[in-house]
Design a protein around this ligand. Structure first.
Ligand code: ADP
Length: 593
């Protein structure tokens, strides 16, 4: 059978530069997960073993009952059989319930571990790695892959474990009853093995193609509905209908293909289940006639063979899910393989002097944004970076804050290279303040303690006060205990910004890189905040990416950045006197004002 197209292309796999874990890493990781949950796992297996043994009572009781009826009532009576049967059923029910409960809890715990391990690594990934791979890849691992693993961990792993335990007990029971009958089970092997191999070689990719072609249909419909007016305006109706039809056609083809796979596989599996039953009946019947085994043994053997169908069926059904889960696990564990850049925790700056030495840097290989920058910022100095948009000011700011490491050259604080210092140590020296202000889910206190783990309420309130946040903090329903962030108390953009600035005060780095720090506020609030910010900046080294020239005017020195290079450097007066790029900018700004 030929698939409608290349399933990999249909599943539109995207390229990625975040690694996908190798077999050995996955194995090591799964082993560490098992180690962490060994107790719970053993408990699940034990509980289910008891349930399985109880389930085996039925076939034996029935076998013995048939035997006693056949031999003239010398064995077990109906009443006795019914009582044993009911007791076994009750035990089975209780232990099956306990197994389900424990395995669900175990599944949730394992999932929580997986998510936490992933998140821990994801947030500590080197910024440059995430930047190059694109955050989309990381987000899709955190959402799509975790979702897929949900099914594997919650259902597939417990079901397969339970089925294996059941199958093992049924097999043991069969060997006790009539080992010769167990041989008939071999009849099931060829149809199940060959058809399943055939099926699983095609199915996973085909199902992925089916779901992504279906996703393409729904996104086409959703896009069309979303932009209905535009489509009407440009009379694109026919082309949209044609596009949707084309996508539906692709999806239907994949649907047909997967259906065709199932139509071939299911009968083969069914045959695999029926052949041993037929075998037990035929061979067992002959053996009974010859007196090799008793009628009771045959009955028990037949029931045991029937009992084996369910666990085998479960294993086959969940096998697919395990494969999908494995692929997702490889992507999740893959982030553990990203190497950390070498750092030296003993590296300590001797003073607060920031020296940028012949720094070159680019976001993409072979395309530098900064072309050899030299700067020397004295402690307490205010340096403004000015220049046209896209010149590299923000990039330079990120390098000076130690967020990115230069490709060549160095950024040193007091003789210690920022790129070689562990992130926490860098943050206690220098911080970047930009437009992105994050409010994290949690209380105001939690948000503030991100900057200083052991900050007291007094310190937190003082920091908030210094950025003029006290007036609204005091009106919060639960004060510092107010829940903020997604789903909590909604903060205005300006308030989030104040929270971020107050966090900065708690972190207390001696050098700050400011990038459009106050742009989210309305001009009046901006001036207000800028005043309190200035008080905060007092005594610290400040590198300000100046988007308003009066910031530059106030600075001790100004560096003009053009095309990734510093073209002019000096005080306002010096640069105006030099009559270069800065002087021209200054004149046009002053005249426009
Ligand atoms: P400025 O702050 O002076 O406006 P930037 O430092 O933001 O300049 O940008 C300098 C150059 O680097 C621009 O060409 C910009 O497109 C590019 N750039 C900035 N940030 C990124 C990024 N995260 N990934 C790739 N290219 C970037």
């Amino acid at each position: 059978m030929i698939p409608p197209e290349d399933p990999v292309a249909a599943a539109t796999m995207t390229g990625t530069s975040l690694p996908i874990a190798q077999e050995s890493t996955i194995r090591r990781y799964v082993r560490s997960l098992m180690d962490r949950h060994r107790g719970s796992f053993t408990a699940v297996v034990l509980l289910h073993s008891i349930a399985s043994i109880a389930a085996l009572v039925g076939p034996f009781v029935l076998g013995s009952l048939v035997e006693s009826l056949a031999t003239g009532g010398s064995g077990m009576g109906i009443d006795e059989a019914a009582v044993i049967f009911i007791i076994a059923l009750i035990i089975q029910t209780i232990f099956t319930r306990a197994t389900r409960l424990r395995s669900s809890i175990l599944g949730e715990e394992v999932l929580a571990d997986l998510r936490e391990d992933f998140l821990k690594r994801a947030v500590s990934l080197p910024t440059g790695v995430v930047e190059r791979a694109g955050t989309g890849d990381l987000v899709s691992r955190a959402t799509v892959d975790i979702d897929k693993l949900n099914r594997a961990v919650r259902d597939a792993v417990p079901q397969i474990t339970i089925s294996l335990v059941t199958a093992a007990f049924v097999a043991v029971a069969m060997f006790i009853t009539a080992p010769v009958l167990a041989l008939t089970w071999l009849l099931a092997v060829p149809p199940i093995l060959f058809s399943s191999r055939w099926y699983f070689r095609r199915a996973p990719a085909a199902y992925r193609a089916e779901s992504s072609t279906y996703a393409a249909v729904s996104s086409s419909v959703a896009e069309t509905v979303d932009s209905g007016r535009t489509i009407e305006l440009y009379q694109l109706e026919q082309s949209r209908i044609a596009e949707t039809d084309r996508r539906i056609h692709r999806w239907v083809q994949w649907e047909r293909y997967t259906l065709a796979l199932r139509i071939r596989w299911f009968p083969a599996i069914e045959a695999g289940y029926l052949l041993p039953l037929a075998g037990v009946l035929t061979i067992g019947g002959l053996l009974v006639i010859h007196g090799t085994i008793s009628l009771g043994q045959l009955t028990t053997g037949l029931l045991l063979t029937q009992m084996l169908v369910e666990p085998v069926d479960e294993m086959l059904m969940w096998y697919d899910e395990i494969q999908v889960g494995q692929a997702s696990l490889a992507r999740l564990v893959g982030v553990q393989e990203v190497p950390d850049p070498p750092t030296d925790p003993t590296l300590e700056p001797v003073d607060d002097r920031l020296i940028v030495d012949d720094v070159r840097f680019g976001y993409r290989a072979g395309k530098d944004v900064l072309h050899g920058i030299d700067l020397d910022v004295a402690p307490g100095e205010r340096l403004a970076l000015v220049g046209p948009s896209g010149a590299g000011k923000s990039t330079l700011g990120r390098l000076m804050a130690g967020i990115y490491a230069p490709r060549t050259g160095s950024v040193e604080m007091g003789g210690a290279e920022l790129a070689l210092m562990p992130t926490e140590n860098v943050r206690s020296q220098v911080a970047l303040v930009n437009q992105e202000h994050h409010v994290f889910v949690g209380t105001v206190r939690d948000n503030m303690r991100l900057a200083k783990r052991d900050a007291t309420d007094e310190e937190i309130l003082a920091a908030l006060d210094s950025v003029d946040a006290s007036p609204w903090i005091e009106t919060l329903p639960d004060g510092l205990d107010t829940e903020v962030g997604s789903g909590g108390f909604a903060l205005a953009p300006g308030q989030s910004q104040q929270l971020a600035l107050a966090r900065l005060i708690l972190a207390n780095p001696h050098t700050l890189v400011l990038d459009e720090a106050t742009s989210l506020l309305d001009p009046r609030a901006a001036r207000h905040l800028e005043r309190s910010l200035n008080a905060v900046l007092d005594g610290r080294t400040v590198i300000a990416i100046a988007h308003r020239l009066h910031t530059a005017y106030d600075a001790d020195r100004i560096a003009v950045v053009e095309h990734g290079m510093v073209s002019e450097l000096g005080s306002h007066d010096e640069l105006v006197a030099a009559d270069g790029a800065y002087a021209a900018l200054w004149r046009s700004w002053r005249d426009a004002d």
